[in-house]
Design a protein around this ligand. Structure first.
Ligand code: ZN
Length: 468
């Protein structure tokens, strides 16, 4: 039986400052080694001060993942020596004398299967090592401590996954959930990293370390399962070890034998007192949590009769759901939702485009009003949308400037149809014999009017002309 478990590291990128000092949590905007202080550099005599907001964000994540959250939490030192760790220990959490990390015993539902969350812990990120050239052959390694001490939440699952596909689905759900909570931006480079533990029937557990993309993780898990199965078939013992994913060669490579917990000589971090999180504080946190993606989806379906697939797409993306929430009114919610999933998504399909797009909720409601009033066609709305996304000018101006008003004048459409009947004699004969081919003629009218002819009226007029 295949068993896969995950450890996911997620940066709390929405926080102002690091976990134990006032350096910026957003280390990305600094020159190397310009976002550091005696605390995050571990200089003698410096003392950590815990970021309260980080504890609150981590607790909200625990709650959103259906975890138990304890009354008191504690921090531990995890000792190891590595150039990216200036203190020679990492401040993290450990459930060794009972539950002392921010959360545990939660679950996430993935296509009807409960994936159990073992625990959630709050810890600091180490610095970054930058290798000049390939990491196994390089002579020069640079270190940047700007990231050292930034707040990180580690989410550990039970080995509940049966296959790599389930892992990918889980990670998609998790990253939507973190984004929805407003605590993280999983799309940022390095903001969400995962380790996978893989074992097959009776074999030792192998850990695959530090993969930055979900796509690569899925490939690495596939490779690792195949490697283990081939060893097992030849009766070769699977070594308990840590392996790295080599993205260039698409294989995992052995990096070092896996440390056990005792190798880290964990002990309580006595520079940080135990932190009490009373029930009423946790109640307030729970009340202030944003609506969950699943309940938002349910609301869209129940209240507005929106199709489940459409509701799912909008509810699981913070940007689209905010656009929808601010654009709809009682009478047009369904139309707005459909406009977002059929057309808007095509123009705004990345986080970068979400940031640069000039579209506002009013643009959407104005467009739907114009379609429903038959001032423009669905087709023209799409043309206008492209321009709105780029320029942000108001809908009325764009419709006038681009001459997108709908042609519904019968005589005008009739003249165009007569011309097309002349040009497409064979298609006219076909349409008389096989009525289902009439769309070809409708398409020609649309082409000629650049999508501006009223499609219902056009069809009516063509049909009556065919029967003459
Ligand atoms: Zn600092």
């Amino acid at each position: 039986m295949t068993k896969i478990g995950l450890e996911i590291h997620c940066q709390l990128t929405k926080l102002e400052s690091k976990l134990f000092c006032s350096c910026k949590a957003n280390y990305r905007e600094f020159e190397p080694n310009h976002n550091i202080c005696p605390v995050c550099m571990g200089l003698p005599g410096s003392l950590p001060r815990l970021n309260q907001k980080a504890v609150e964000s981590a607790t909200s994540i625990a709650m959103a993942l259906n975890c138990q959250t304890p009354e008191k939490i504690a921090f531990f030192r995890k000792n190891y020596f590595y150039p990216d760790l200036p203190k020679n220990f990492q401040i993290t959490q450990l459930n060794v004398y009972g539950d002392m990390s921010v959360g545990g015993e939660g679950y996430v539902d993935v296509e009807g299967k409960k994936i159990k969350i073992t625990r959630i812990q709050l810890e600091e990120d180490p610095g970054r090592l930058i290798y000049e050239g390939a990491s196994d052959r390089t002579k020069i390694t640079l270190v940047d401590y700007n990231r050292a001490g930034t707040p990180l939440v580690e989410i550990v699952t039970d080995p509940d996954f049966d296959n790599p596909r389930q892992v990918r689905l889980f990670l998609n759900i998790l990253s939507d959930l973190l984004e929805n909570l407003g605590v993280a931006e999983p799309g940022l480079e390095g903001a969400m990293r995962a380790d996978g533990n893989v074992s097959i029937e009776g074999g030792n557990k192998v850990e695959i370390k530090n993969i930055g993309s979900f796509h690569d993780l899925e490939k690495a898990l596939h490779f690792e399962l195949t490697r283990q199965q081939s060893l097992a078939e030849r009766d070769i013992e699977i070594a308990m070890e840590t392996r790295h994913w080599d993205d260039r060669r698409k294989i995992t490579i052995s990096s070092r034998s896996k440390e056990e917990d005792q190798d880290y000589r964990y002990f309580l971090e006595n520079d940080i007192p135990w932190v009490k999180i009373p029930q009423d504080t946790r109640d307030v946190l729970k009340e202030n949590m944003p609506e969950s993606i699943s309940s938002r989806k349910e609301r869209y379906i129940q209240k507005f009769d929106i199709a489940p697939q459409v509701a799912e797409i909008i509810a699981s993306d913070r940007y689209y759901s905010q656009l929808f929430e601010n654009a709809y009114s009682e009478h047009n919610a369904k139309d707005i939702a459909n406009l977002i999933t059929t057309d808007v998504i095509g123009f705004i399909d990345t986080k970068e485009k979400q940031q640069t797009s000039k579209i506002t909720p009013k643009h959407l409601s104005d467009l739907i009003d114009a379609i429903n009033a038959k001032t423009i066609t669905r087709n023209s709305a799409k043309v206008a949308l492209q321009e709105i996304v780029n320029s942000g000018k108001d809908t009325k101006t764009i419709l006038e400037e681009m001459d997108l008003g709908q042609v519904s004048d019968s005589s005008e459409i009739d003249a165009i149809i007569s011309q097309i009947f002349e040009d497409e004699k064979q298609a006219v004969i076909d349409a008389k014999e096989r009525p289902e081919t009439v769309n070809f003629l409708v398409g020609k009218v649309m082409q000629k009017t650049k999508g501006k002819a009223d499609p219902t009226k056009t069809l009516e007029l063509i049909k009556s002309k065919l029967n003459q």
